[in-house]
Write a protein that binds this ligand. Sequence first.
Ligand code: UDX
Length: 463
Amino acid sequence: MRVAVIGVGYVGLVSGACFAQFGHHVHCVDKDPQRIAALCAGRMPIYEPHLDALVADNVAAGRLTFGTDLAAAVRDAEVVFIAVGTPARRGDGHADLAHVFACCRDIAQAIQGYTVVVTKSTVPVGTGDRVEHIMRVVQPQGAFAVVSNPEFLREGAAIADFQHPDRIVIGTQDERARAIMTNLYRPLAEAAVPLFFTTRRTAELVKYAANAFLAMKIGFVNEMADLCERADADVAGVAYGIGLDRRIGAQFLQPGPGFGGSCFPKDIQALIKSAQDYGVPSRIIETVAAANEQRKRSMARRLIKACGGSVRGLTVAVLGLTFKADTDDVREAPATSIITALQDEGAEVRAYDPQGMDQARALMPDIAYATDPYSCVAGAHAVAIVTEWSAFRTLDLARLRSRMAGSVLVDYRNIIPAAEAAEAGFRHVGIGRRSVTAERPAPRIDLTEPQGAVLPELAVAAG
Ligand code: UDX
């Protein structure tokens, strides 16, 4: 099939490359000529594991091309994906749809023959209707269908998520569009991935509802973590114990410094706004958002407390700046809030991240950046691990400790075994568990697989 993708940001580029890998002919366009020139030269505008190789393979096979001429791309395509950005609108938190509306006008002017126009960008419920209306005004007789097909790609795992999704959600009631979308996703349907066809408005809402639900799980486990700290319980055991109930599921129960990134915070705000506009405010999601903001702001406090109540004049090493591992994205990252609060309290901050330092430098030019974790901690009084990069899981703790002036290690992702940190001479402060020193060891918590399938079966029967 011939596919056009408008916008080579994160979603557009990953989707375009993956559709090309299915065997389709994909032409990606963007209005930014520099971005297109870089892609033509094999340089990726974002960091995503395996993306460069996937793009190179498909370009070499002649299935993936890049350009700036939207009209030409649309003229030739059976399916056109809108994958432009929908940032939060300044001031009110609504999704800003200016790019979407601008590009649907351009698409309407260019279409020739029956064309399926698909919104891949995350858009509030009802946007498809507005896109269709705008296109009809431009092309009253045009043969097209406007379809919603949200993505569920995680940064850092986007290619695997595209190739092995839990489901494909397609919002359309146009039979011809349905057949074309089925063809487009045939390789996944043949691999037994469910294609869920529904109305366009339902599909649009599925995306926001999925993100809000996942954020709610994280918010919930973070709240349990706070309770565990007060009650001397361990949140890892609580998460494991509830996750064995298949109605709950084990994923997205990792406690941490609060969720960030370019999707959860923005999409939740947009959902809150939609619910308010429809006159049914979502108290639950409003609380999840507020609790998360408050959590990010409060996270520096546990490090300050571990340092004896003040960090004035102390050096703090921050390992991890991105909002999670395997990305270079620092948008809405908890590290930013932690660093700002530490600076406000008079600390000297030195930071290191395997991928996020370029973005972080632009955002926080006034902190020192190190070239590796060991030089980052040199002379520091405390070290904070804020992102769960795998390189941080295998740090030589004794070496780390020997380079430092102090012994505080705040492990905001619970990735360092507390007992090993204590053995290396650290005072280990985690999330949702007792803080540990060599004199005050951690209690043993068994998180190995339970014997047999008794527990999950019981859970289902009890439900
Ligand atoms: C998310 C959704 O997962 C994806 O389906 C959607 O399309 C885009 O938004 P992404 O933002 O890439 O993807 O990251 P994700 O892995 O979902 O993590 C989001 C945030 O939650 C991160 O800050 C992460 O550290 C945090 N998180 C995630 C937790 O704190 N605990 C968890 O158990 C999982």
